[in-house]
Design a protein around this ligand. Structure first.
Ligand SMILES: [Zn+2]
Length: 124
């Protein structure tokens, strides 16, 4: 199993994803992250989403610019079962880090984003 498949789109049918403006098709999440660029005007192109405090599932909203300039958004989550008992915050952190690294952030930057977006990780 490859570490590159540690995460997946929230919706299985999300890919292939087609840009509504120019029609460019992204075959899978790797291509989506590799062939789009960061959204320059946003403070971060990653946002964490929690349904509620009791919900241990954390999703990341990833905003990316298509080559045509349109902003595309996709929800990602860890492929691991985050609700599984015994899952540590460290494992979750590592999964989310993988998503950010795939999105083109360097490791230091990615860690900073996670700590900013997910304050709970400060304890781990
Ligand atoms: Zn496009």
């Amino acid at each position: 199993m490859s570490a590159r498949k540690e995460f997946s789109p929230l919706q299985a049918e999300a890919f292939p994803k087609k840009c509504p403006s120019c029609g460019k098709v992204y075959a899978d999440e790797q291509r989506f992250l590799a062939e789009t660029t960061s959204v320059a005007h946003a403070p971060s192109d990653i946002r964490s989403v929690r349904h509620d405090e009791a919900d241990s599932n954390i999703y990341l909203e990833v905003f990316r610019n298509c080559a045509c300039g349109s902003t595309l958004m996709e929800l990602f989550h860890s492929r691991r079962d985050l609700s599984e008992k015994g899952l540590t915050r460290r494992q979750l952190f590592d999964s989310m880090l993988t998503i950010l690294l795939e999105a083109g952030h360097d490791r230091q930057e990615a860690r900073a984003i996670l700590l900013q977006q997910l304050p709970a990780f400060k304890d781990s």
